[in-house]
Design a protein around this ligand. Structure first.
Ligand code: GAL
Length: 655
């Protein structure tokens, strides 16, 4: 299978979504001039071009795209060619209302925005295949083509009749019999037993809480249907161009797609990443997504989209202060990205995203945004050849699984304050702040190479996953788990005892008597720290050792942090500093070391092959100890033992 290497050919890809159909052709020449000045070597064409490519059903207008493909090739710029299937032309919804998705209240999602396609619609799939096949036939042999980009951020849910029909088929494949479905969904509760497949619908608006099994399967089904759409288009382009890699762009930590499963179907894993420039944890959140994407890719990955300046979809949208775009871009390269790309090349003057930044902002060539983009392009070109090894294996894995997330995020749970992504962020941030480098893994992956495995929360676990965790600890690994882990099986059936018995035994828990969720702003005192969000009434087994106990209140003296040998259980969410210190202590015990010793807070060190990236996420200058002699690839300077980095400063050190 081809991979990202086939597109990068030893360089870092630099560029972004290019939507030239929004501009007169004279502008294209100016675009090319500015691209070359900024060392742009890759553009993504056609993401939202369906109405232009197929102005009426079955018609084709490829002339403008022919000229662009040639123009890019003549100027040494590679093209990531998108299938335009994320935004069907108005004629499609008009002629085929069944191509439009329907929300759970039965409201149609009309054209006039984007992503208004039903993944289940046979008509949509027909038109999508036709335009994809024609694009592959026309441009498969074009020398500018470096990669296929299928659709864009697959994310539509659909509760329509056609989706319901496919849902029934999907359920028949999964369960075989209605008895098995009734059993899995627990339909004995509230008189929900199904006697005929035709009675089953998508989980539409209901009077009160919906059946959790049905909702969980609908999430699985949605991810699978979108994947079917992706695979259908991928197979068409693959047949025409087996040597050209194929991708589709993920949204970070997005609930709708089982990205582990999807990544298996991609030649290149790519992600769109938009941390808020004003978020004090923007660097940490970016690092999380980058670690997750690299782990899904199991190698180099592509930063498909980021913003050079402000986005326009938050309540208040700030630009990036000087230097931040460079810092966060190099952070991605440090974590394995071989492509640094943006939405979009030139900021639009019309349309819903006219206040969303581009690499060339409304201020044009003289604007700070383009000037910084240009500087970064030169730097990426300088370091590109040196950045080769994509994946330095880390000692620590954070476990994450979409099915566990889906099952645990249902209505009717004990606390809506418990938000799965927030927990994953809190745990990953603690490791980041302890300067510990992490991968992500699925709970059924082989974990034996890791010294420490961290489970922020895996509410539902299969038996295979539980056995995998047990085997990992038996094999000498250290495991630390947060609360609400191992509560349910894959049907969201609560396991006997409120938590799987094998896991209770592993962590030294005799009885889990009750859960005591904490409200926003509420906390519980533990020995040396405060716990937030959650607490538990746990009775330890004889072998369990209390590492920290609750103090005062109902839980006085009961274990907050419990350990049995190398298996740790944290039944609350310690405040951030305590969480960092706890995980740092467990990591040291497990033999996992920080990337560099004595790193100041807010400074990040990341190894990529033999390169050491040092990134100052703060606004003050810092001095960092980097034992030995190095060359900074960005400046050419020699660095001996010590490095000073200014505000948002970065060094890429080679021994
Ligand atoms: C992404 C999308 C782009 C653009 C961008 C704005 O979600 O793929 O097309 O809309 O957001 O931030």
């Amino acid at each position: 299978m081809p991979g990202l290497d086939d597109a990068t050919r030893g360089r870092i890809l630099y560029g972004g979504d290019y939507n030239p159909e929004q501009w007169p052709e004279e502008t294209w020449l100016d675009d090319v001039r500015l691209m070359k000045d900024a060392r742009v070597n890759s553009v993504t064409l056609g993401v939202f071009s369906w109405a232009k490519l197929e102005p009426r059903p079955g018609e084709r207008d490829f002339g403008w795209l022919d000229r662009l493909m040639d123009l890019m090739h003549d100027n040494g710029i590679g093209v990531v060619l998108a299938t335009p299937t994320a935004s069907p032309p108005p004629w499609m919804g008009h002629l085929h209302p069944d191509t439009l998705p329907v929300d759970q209240d039965g409201r149609t999602e009309w054209w006039g925005g984007r992503q208004h396609f039903s993944h289940s619609s046979a008509a949509y799939r027909h038109y999508a295949a036709a335009i994809t096949g024609d694009l592959a036939a026309r441009y498969g042999g074009h020398p500018a083509l470096t990669m296929w980009h299928i659709n864009n951020e697959y994310c539509t849910y659909d509760w329509s009749d056609e989706a319901a029909a496919r849902f029934r088929g999907w359920l028949q494949d999964r369960y075989g019999t209605l008895d098995a479905l009734n059993e899995a969904w627990g339909t004995a509760f509230w008189s929900q037993g199904y006697g005929d497949w035709a009675e089953i619908h998508t989980p539409r608006h209901a009077h009160y809480l919906k059946n959790p099994g049905q909702v969980l399967d609908f999430k699985r089904f949605t991810s699978d249907m979108l994947l079917e759409c992706y695979v259908a288009e991928r197979d068409l382009v693959r047949r025409a161009t087996p040597h050209i890699p194929v991708t589709t762009n993920f949204m970070p930590l997005w609930i709708g797609q089982d990205a582990w499963r999807w990544a298996e179907e991609e030649d290149v894993v790519s992600v769109d990443l938009y941390p808020d420039p004003r978020d004090p944890f923007g660097a940490q959140n970016g690092a999380l997504v980058q670690d997750m994407t690299r782990s899904q890719a199991r190698g180099p990955w592509m930063l498909m989209e980021q913003a050079a300046g402000p986005v326009n979809w938050r309540g208040v949208n700030h630009p990036k202060p000087r230097g931040l775009n460079r810092l966060w871009s190099l952070q991605a390269v440090a974590r394995g990205a071989d492509a640094v790309c943006y939405f979009q090349w030139r900021q639009s003057r019309q349309g819903a995203e006219k206040f969303h930044s581009g690499m060339v902002s409304h201020a044009g060539e003289e604007g700070r945004t383009y000037q910084e983009v240009k500087q970064l392009g030169a730097e990426l070109a300088r370091i590109g050849e040196e950045v080769t090894d994509s994946h330095t294996p880390n000692d620590i894995a954070v476990l994450h699984d979409w099915h566990a997330w889906w099952a645990g995020a249902q209505d009717g749970r004990l606390s809506t304050q418990v938000d799965h992504p927030d927990l994953v962020k809190a745990w990953h941030r603690a490791l980041w702040e302890a300067h510990l480098a992490t991968d992500f893994a699925h709970p059924e992956h082989d974990l034996s190479a890791y010294k420490l495995v961290v489970v922020p929360q895996l509410y539902a676990l299969t038996d295979a996953a539980i056995e995998n965790l047990l085997a990992y600890v038996r094999g000498g690994g250290t495991l630390v788990s947060g609360f609400l882990t191992g509560v349910a099986d894959e049907d969201d059936r609560v396991r006997a005892g409120g938590m799987d018995g094998r896991l209770r035994e592993l962590f030294g828990i005799r009885t889990l008597h009750e859960w005591w969720p904490l409200d926003a702003g509420e906390y519980v005192e533990c020995d040396a720290f405060r716990g937030t969000l959650w607490s538990e009434e746990i009775e330890k087994s004889e072998a369990g050792e209390v590492e920290a106990a609750y103090k005062g209140g109902e839980l006085d003296g009961l274990p907050a942090v419990l350990r049995k040998g190398r298996a740790w259980y944290v039944s609350t969410l310690p405040e951030p500093d305590a969480m960092r210190d706890l995980l740092a202590r467990i990591a040291v015990g497990a033999g996992a070391r920080p990337v560099l010793d004595a790193l100041p807070a807010g400074v990040e060190a990341v190894r990529r092959g033999d390169l050491l990236f040092v990134l100052n996420h703060g606004r003050e200058s810092v001095t960092v100890e980097v034992p030995g002699a190095h060359r900074d690839l960005l400046t050419g300077a020699t660095v001996q033992d010590e490095l000073t980095l200014g505000r948002y400063g970065v060094a890429v050190l080679k021994p």
